[in-house]
Ligand binder design. Sequence first.
Ligand code: ATP
Ligand code: MG
Length: 232
Amino acid sequence: MIKFEHVGLRYGVGPEVLTDIDFTLEPGSFHFLTGPSGSGKTSLMTLMYLGRKPTRGLVTMFGQNINQMERDKLATLRQRIGVVFQDFRLLNHLSAFDNVALPLRIAGRPEKEIKDNVDELLEWVGLGEHKNVLPLTMSGGQQQRVAIARAVIARPKLLLADEPTGNLDDEIGFRLMNLFDQLNRMGTTIVIATHNQKIMDEFGHSRLVLDSGTLKIEAPKNWIQKKIEGVF
Ligand SMILES: Nc1ncnc2c1ncn2[C@@H]1O[C@H](COP(=O)(O)OP(=O)(O)OP(=O)(O)O)[C@@H](O)[C@H]1O
Ligand SMILES: [Mg+2]
């Protein structure tokens, strides 16, 4: 699904913020991406959602080398990726409903199906009463839930979520983690950037740990137990 080989990234003439990143994520896998503030989590996410190309090394997504890929081809690939941005990036002139409906409208789904699916998901994330509200009049946590609903509504092949529970209390945070788990069981590959130790401990997925621009992969602590139980 995702393969990085000796990838480096720098912004402009600044220092490399990602250095020699090497990893492979299998289709259908679920990972946490963690590391201190400024370690490069959002930068790595940006490469994975094809928002930037690496300054060195090779990035392969969906089996295709993206280094030489042209803009329109990148845009087509991006339609398979759901993204929850750290700063949400909602369209502020559109209601919560229309923000969430956007990926389905782009995919040309019929309006009746869109209404049913968006209403159900907004209800599920606790925003049933807020569907006609504009983002800027919502709280941070409400905007974050709209961003999450928009990222998952079209059942993407890959979901990238950057601190998706950062503005949420534990109860709604865990509820949304269960939503990601459900999506993962239907085949979506998932990478979630988080600092939330409780969530990482509760949902024992492997961890991609960034430190000063380099990455190592840690199996979950309860990995062996899960293997015995046949979960893996
Ligand atoms: N657009 C940019 N232009 C220049 N430098 C940038 C840009 N975005 C990030 N950086 C730098 O890249 C490094 C990594 O930043 P990044 O935002 O990827 O970290 P992060 O792990 O997501 O941090 P946080 O946990 O605070 O969200 C930092 O040194 C940051 O200053
Ligand atoms: Mg970040």
